[in-house]
Design a protein around this ligand. Structure first.
Ligand SMILES: [Zn+2]
Length: 158
């Protein structure tokens, strides 16, 4: 049977501050786990919000270690089970960060100026000790905070 209105695509919704899912410590993705629905929902949000530079799985309702980060070439890179391996000794200039889950709120946060990260690509390739700096490093640190149940606002106790 076909619905007279046609097939409706389920649309992802961004979880907003106050939603308890934003405080959950996310679980690693298992090797053969199907995360296509998670990636679809995350992509829906970043492609419909022109200001988005990064997103984490819990922000669309999944407590899994998946993030997407906008790189300098404007492509979004998928990082599965990302782990920070090394950090710079110096910090980057403090910078006002916003968050998709806290529209209109910006907070000055200090981050490491560069980090190196281990992760898996969406095609299963293992990436080890990949150095990222500047805004990309900042976005990764912000999104990994989400995987640990930490948000911009909670982080600062306001
Ligand atoms: Zn955020």
């Amino acid at each position: 049977m076909k619905n007279r209105l046609g097939r409706r695509k389920p649309k992802a919704k961004i979880r907003l501050g106050g939603d308890p899912i934003l405080n959950v410590v996310c679980k690693p993705v298992r090797f053969n786990e199907d995360i296509s629905k998670i990636l679809l929902d995350m992509r829906y949000i970043i492609f419909t919000d022109i200001d988005a530079v990064g997103i984490s799985a819990p922000q669309v309702g999944y407590t899994k270690q998946v993030i997407m980060v906008k790189e300098q070439n404007c492509n979004f890179v998928v990082m599965i089970n990302p782990k920070i391996r090394q950090v710079s000794t110096e910090n980057e200039e403090p910078y006002e960060e916003g968050c998709l889950s806290y529209p209109g709120i910006f907070k000055v946060i200090q981050r490491f100026s560069w980090i190196s990260v281990d992760y898996r690509t969406e095609h299963g390739k293992k990436m080890v000790d990949i150095v990222k700096q500047g805004s990309v490093a900042r976005i990764i640190q912000h999104e990994i905070d989400h995987l640990n149940g930490k948000c911009l606002v909670g982080k600062l106790n306001i």
